[in-house]
Design a protein around this ligand. Sequence first.
Ligand SMILES: *[C@@H]1O[C@H](CO)[C@@H](O)[C@H](O)[C@H]1NC(C)=O
Ligand SMILES: *[C@@H]1O[C@H](CO)[C@@H](O)[C@H](O)[C@H]1NC(C)=O
Ligand SMILES: *[C@@H]1O[C@H](CO)[C@@H](O)[C@H](O)[C@H]1NC(C)=O
Length: 363
Amino acid sequence: MNLLMTCLTLFLSLQASSCTQCKFPAIINFGDSNSDTGGLSATFGPVPSPYGETFFHIPAGRYSDGRLIIDFIAESFGLAYLSAYLDSLGTNFSHGANFATAASTIMQQSVPLNKGGYSPFSLQVQLSQFSQFKSRSLMISQKGGVFESLMPKKDYFEQALYTIDIGQNDLTDLFLRNQSADEYIPMTMKVFSDVVKEVYQQGGRYFWIHNTGPLGCLAYAIIRRPSSSPELDSVGCAVMFNKLAQKFNNMLNETVTQLRKDLPSATFIYVDVYSAKYNLFSNAEKYGFETPLRTCCGFGGGDYNFDFKVQCGDKRIEKACSYPEKSIVWDGIHYSEAANKWVFSEIATGKYSHPSVPLSQAC
Ligand SMILES: *[C@@H]1O[C@H](CO)[C@@H](O)[C@H](O)[C@H]1NC(C)=O
Ligand SMILES: *[C@@H]1O[C@H](CO)[C@@H](O)[C@H](O)[C@H]1NC(C)=O
Ligand SMILES: *[C@@H]1O[C@H](CO)[C@@H](O)[C@H](O)[C@H]1NC(C)=O
């Protein structure tokens, strides 16, 4: 109690950094391409060049030119980058595992990836993989030696930080299939909540939950806005997609509030990634970025430099733009490393979180 009081007082006087720092020994992540560190790439074919060029200098299974927010989170705790659960080569799960895959949705989708649909690894599939990961990793550890060194320790499942970043693809799907958001989003919330409760049953206690970003600021959404609602806001983002994202986020925040009541011995931090990203798009120049809506690795020129038929990695795109460090949008759908780094540094402070707790103290 004393420690808590001290921390709170310090926190209020903006000296939060002198509070006790959390030592998460592992991170378990669920999500989509915003946090996929190689799952989809290992499964359905490698992410092509020039993805990865800025940091890894080769494609690294990530849909960016470099690191993702989840990589910066791992770095901040002194942990190695998360191995993808689906990656069978060279993986090390001693400090956690990543169940996210690009194109994942909360709701299981009926249209497969090769027909322009979604990842088969929906949130519930990721949960089932996590359950299996937990039971089998404990069995494998018992073999000792190198096997043990590649697996998390038993206690880590209670001590880990559980991060979740998913929903963006559900929103594009509900739009493309012309479904009612008022019917669809509550269904996603039920699944989301059930999955979190199951992770809790399996030991999870610390949850760091990202809401979904401003979809309407990404080229792939802007160019698809319907003629019935073509409005762009002062930043140039498609109003209808951002409204949809905000509707999802309001319900997600309510869902997390309810989870806090249902599972009082767990910690839930709801992170308003939407506002951080929207702030970046709105004040790009101030933060060292240029032409905020323009795709760095894209085709076609114009305001967005994005063409669905010729996307980043296509041979017709000879190279990415020469200023990825000044670009927010990497490939029209995903963020650049520079943007991810900026967003990480903002959300890690806690100023976009509810409750307003820095990442380093999310325990
Ligand atoms: C796996 O990673 C941990 C922590 O980074 C390290 O201590 C361990 O040696 C690694 N295991 C192998 C076999 O490389
Ligand atoms: C979507 O649904 C609305 C109302 O149900 C309908 O008016 C509209 O034509 C539909 N649009 C498409 C693209 O199917
Ligand atoms: C989320 O909900 C809480 C109430 O639980 C509220 O105080 C907070 O302002 C909401 N945050 C956002 C970003 O909507």
